[in-house]
Design a binder for this molecule. Structure first.
Ligand SMILES: [Fe+2]
Ligand SMILES: [Fe+2]
Length: 433
C-alpha cells in the first residue's frame, strides 16, 4: 500500500495517543541535572572554540559609553603566540564595542558584554550573541550549553539544581534556567526546562511558576515585549497570521502543480496539487472571516513568481513544508476541531483539518514519486532536512501556546504539544522509512 494512503490513518492514531492523559508527575523534574559552578570563570572554562585560540577575555562593558569596562574572566595565555606581544596586548586593551550581548535576564541592571579572542597577532571582538554561538558551535559541552542558555537571556543559578543545571539529552543538552515573566503586581518568576540544540538555540520544553507575589522590581525586561500583532486582540492577530499563511499556500500549490507538470510527474499528482490550491483559497477565506470577527487585520501575502525548480529543490521543500509542517498542521487542526471553545473555530477546523490531511497525503505521495529520481547524496540531504524540521516543529509544539489561544482556538498547550510531538516524531520516522 502506498505510504500516502496511510497518512490520514496514522494522524488519527497519533491524535488518539496524544489525547490520553500522560502519566507524568506535575512540575519539572530537576533530578539528574548537574549544578553549575559559581564565578565568572565558568563562562569560558568549558568552551571548545571552532578554531584553536591562544586567549579569550570576557568583558562587561556596562550599560552605556560612560561605564568603565570590567574584565570578568580570561582563559589561555594572552598573546601567547604573537610575533609582536606589545602590539597584541595594546589591541586587546583597546578592544571594545558599542554593541554587546546580554548574559542572563536583564531586569534592574542591563550590562552588555563582549568576548575578545586572540590567536597569534590577531585580536577579534565578538559583540553579538550570534558571533559567540558561531565561535563555540556546535554546542558539545555542558559549559557551552549553559552559555547558550544565558545568551538566550535565561538566568542559570549556580550551586542550586532546583533553579539551574545542565544534563546531556539526546544529541544536545537540557538546561534549567529562570526568568521573570511579570515584574510588577504580580511579580512572577518561572523555571524553564530548555532544550539546547547543536546551533545553540534554546527551546522552552516546559515551564512552571516558582515564585509569585504582588511586588514590583523596576524596569521591564526586554524579553517581555509582546510579539508584533496585526489585530486588536491576540486571538485576532493569530488568526490573521494563519489567514496570511493559508493565502500564501494558494501560490505554493499553484507553483507546485506547474513544477510537477514540468518534470513529467503523474497526472494524478498534478491534479491533486490543483485541488489543494482550491482548498487553500477556501481556507484563506474562512480564516480571514474568523480573524476579522476577532479583530484581526488580514494582510495579503506577496509572493514572487519563480522559474520551475530542480527536482531536488522540490523534494527538499516538499519534505520540509509538506511531509513535516503540513502533516503536523493537519494534526493540530484535528486537535483544534475538538478543543476550541469558539464553535465557529471548531466547525472551520473540522473541514480544514480534513483537507490538510489530504495535503499531507499528497506531500508523502510526491515524496514517494520523487525519491527514486534523486541520487543517494540528494536523498540524504532531503532526509536530513526532514529530520531537522521535525526537531524544530517538535520543539515548537513542546513550547505550547499562549493560554488565550489554547482556550479560544483549542491550540495545544505545552503538555498536549509534548504528547503530540512525541507521537508525531515516531509517525514521521515510520512514514519516511
Ligand atoms: Fe490550508
Ligand atoms: Fe494545506
Amino acid at each position: 500500500m502506498a505510504r500516502s494512503n496511510r497518512v490520514d490513518r496514522i494522524l488519527r492514531h497519533v491524535l488518539s495517543l496524544s489525547i490520553a492523559p500522560a502519566a507524568v508527575a506535575c512540575g519539572i523534574d530537576t533530578d539528574g541535572f548537574t549544578a553549575v559552578t559559581c564565578g565568572s570563570e565558568r563562562y569560558l572554562s568549558d568552551l571548545h572554540a571552532a578554531e584553536e585560540l591562544d586567549f579569550m577575555q570576557l568583558v562587561d562593558i556596562g550599560e552605556g559609553p560612560s561605564d568603565e569596562p570590567r574584565v570578568m574572566t580570561t582563559f589561555g595565555t594572552k598573546c601567547g603566540s604573537a610575533s609582536n606581544v606589545a602590539m597584541c596586548e595594546a589591541a586587546i586593551a583597546a578592544a571594545t564595542s558599542t554593541k554587546g550581548f546580554r548574559l542572563g535576564q536583564c531586569v534592574d541592571s542591563c550590562p552588555r558584554h563582549i568576548l575578545i579572542t586572540n590567536k597569534g597577532d590577531e585580536v577579534e571582538v565578538l559583540d553579538t550573541k550570534e558571533a559567540v554561538l558561531a565561535l563555540i558551535g556546535p554546542i558539545d559541552t555542558a559549559g557551552e550549553a549553559v552559555l547558550a542558555a544565558e545568551l538566550a537571556e535565561y538566568h542559570v543559578a549556580c550551586n542550586n539544581t532546583e533553579e539551574g543545571g545542565v544534563r546531556a539529552a539526546g544529541s544536545g543538552f537540557e538546561v534549567l534556567g529562570t526568568r521573570y515573566t511579570e515584574i510588577c503586581d504580580p511579580l512572577v518568576r518561572e523555571l524553564y526546562l530548555l532544550g539546547i540544540n547543536a546551533d545553540g538555540n534554546a527551546q522552552e520544553i516546559d515551564s512552571e511558576v516558582i515564585e509569585s507575589s504582588s511586588a514590583c522590581i523596576g524596569r521591564r525586561p526586554a524579553g517581555l515585549a509582546r510579539r508584533k500583532a496585526c489585530g486588536s486582540t491576540r486571538v485576532g492577530a493569530y488568526l490573521a497570521s494563519v489567514a496570511h499563511l493559508e493565502a500564501a499556500s494558494v501560490d505554493a500549490f499553484e507553483a507546485l502543480a506547474a513544477e510537477l507538470a514540468h518534470h513529467g510527474a503523474p497526472r494524478t499528482l498534478v491534479e491533486r496539487a490543483g485541488i489543494a490550491r482550491r482548498d487553500e483559497v477556501r481556507h484563506a477565506r474562512v480564516m480571514r472571516k474568523l480573524a476579522s470577527r476577532h479583530g484581526g487585520l488580514f494582510r495579503a501575502p506577496s509572493v514572487e513568481k519563480q522559474a520551475p525548480r530542480s527536482l531536488e529543490a522540490i523534494a527538499l521543500d516538499n519534505a520540509v513544508e509538506g511531509c513535516v509542517r503540513e502533516t503536523f498542521g493537519a494534526l493540530v487542526g484535528m486537535w483544534q476541531a475538538r478543543a476550541a471553545k469558539d464553535p465557529a473555530v471548531r466547525r472551520a477546523m473540522r473541514r480544514i483539518a480534513l483537507d490538510e490531511a489530504r495535503h499531507a497525503s499528497l506531500a508523502w505521495a510526491i515524496d514517494e514519486w520523487i525519491r527514486p529520481r534523486l541520487d543517494a547524496a540528494a536523498r540524504e540531504r532531503v532526509e536530513a532536512a526532514r529530520r531537522n524540521t521535525l526537531e524544530i516543529v517538535a520543539a515548537e509544539a513542546r513550547a505550547g501556546n499562549d493560554p488565550e489561544l489554547v482556550s479560544t482556538l483549542g491550540l495545544p498547550d505545552g503538555a498536549a504539544g509534548e504528547r503530540l510531538a512525541r507521537h508525531f516524531e515516531v509517525a514521521v520516522l515510520a512514514l519516511s522509512a
